[in-house]
Design a protein around this ligand. Structure first.
Ligand SMILES: N[C@@H](CCC(=O)N[C@@H](CS)C(=O)NCC(=O)O)C(=O)O
Length: 271
């Protein structure tokens, strides 16, 4: 594992530096913040023994000094602005989790576990589970529109959509819980088959938006303390609290502490 991945105060290069490099895997992050898609990709790369060079993801909004859109260069490079974007060697940037996962699977270190099952039948299960967690109108999508704000507006916030979100989130949690129960009955601690897949890593990471996660797993920083409070408060919403089981928590903790780097290395300013 590369030091950049394991250091307590990781180094971040600029977006332009990342785009200009012709070797290595570069991923954009916001220091100190566990933006979940970026956090999940970091965890996927960790499990695949891929050394990651961290780059700064420009945040939404207008730069006060220049009056310019802070994400203009990112848009020029990737035709989108979502966090994270991933560069590898001289390949085109990857911005969507399905493509990022396929790339990670291909470039992973020898001896690292496959995260996409060889069996197509199991791929149906694996990608299906991931899609209801990461895809449009899935768990994270609905978590983002729980409250009004610039990010939720980007994802179709309306009073009606927001009011419908907790029930959709609860439905996904129940689906995962039922799956884990079925798997436990077969003697497997994983979501699909009898081995780790990307579904375990994505779910364990993304589910942190509906759990209070201890600092041994997710450290508190100046930059993420508000987000951690929001995630913990989500776990108390009655519809969500009703369906969060010990099984969900045990699986999340097991996957994060066994296959991902914990405590998570975020950079930023520790509290
Ligand atoms: N594009 C990613 C999702 C990443 C994503 O939705 N990131 C959000 C933050 S949670 C973001 O940066 N949105 C702002 C934008 O797209 O400009 C995917 O589909 O895999």
């Amino acid at each position: 594992m590369n030091n950049e991945n394991t250091s307590d105060s990781p180094h971040f290069i600029s977006l332009n530096e990342a785009a200009e490099m012709t070797k290595g895997t570069r991923i954009t992050f916001i220091p100190g913040v566990q933006a979940l898609y970026a956090e999940a990709l970091k965890n996927i790369c960790f499990a695949k023994s891929i050394p990651v060079i961290r780059a700064l993801h420009p945040v939404m909004g207008i730069d006060k000094d220049t009056g310019e859109d802070r994400q203009a260069r990112l848009y020029e490079l990737t035709s989108q602005t979502g966090l994270p974007t991933m560069f590898h060697d001289e390949e085109r940037p990857r911005n969507v989790w399905t493509e990022q996962l396929a790339l990670a699977e291909r470039i992973g270190g020898s001896g690292s576990p496959p995260l996409i099952p060889a069996s197509f039948e199991q791929r149906v299960e694996m990608f299906g589970l991931c899609a209801v967690v990461l895809g449009e109108d899935g768990l994270v999508w609905n978590m983002r529109i729980l409250n009004d704000g610039p990010l939720s507006r980007k994802y179709g916030f309306s009073d009606d959509a927001s009011a419908a979100a907790p029930a959709k989130i609860a439905e996904v949690i129940t689906l995962i819980d039922t799956c884990l129960q079925r798997q436990a009955e077969q003697g497997s601690p994983y979501l699909v088959g009898d081995a780790l897949t990307a579904a375990d890593i994505y779910w364990a990471t993304m589910s942190m938006c509906v759990t209070a996660t201890p600092p041994e797993i997710m450290p508190v920083t100046q930059q993420n303390k508000g987000m951690l409070k929001f995630f913990a408060a989500n776990s108390q919403l009655p519809m969500i609290a009703n369906v969060l089981s010990k099984r969900i928590e045990d699986h999340q903790r097991y996957i994060l502490t066994t296959y991902c780097e914990t405590p998570a290395v975020l950079g930023g300013d520790p509290l």
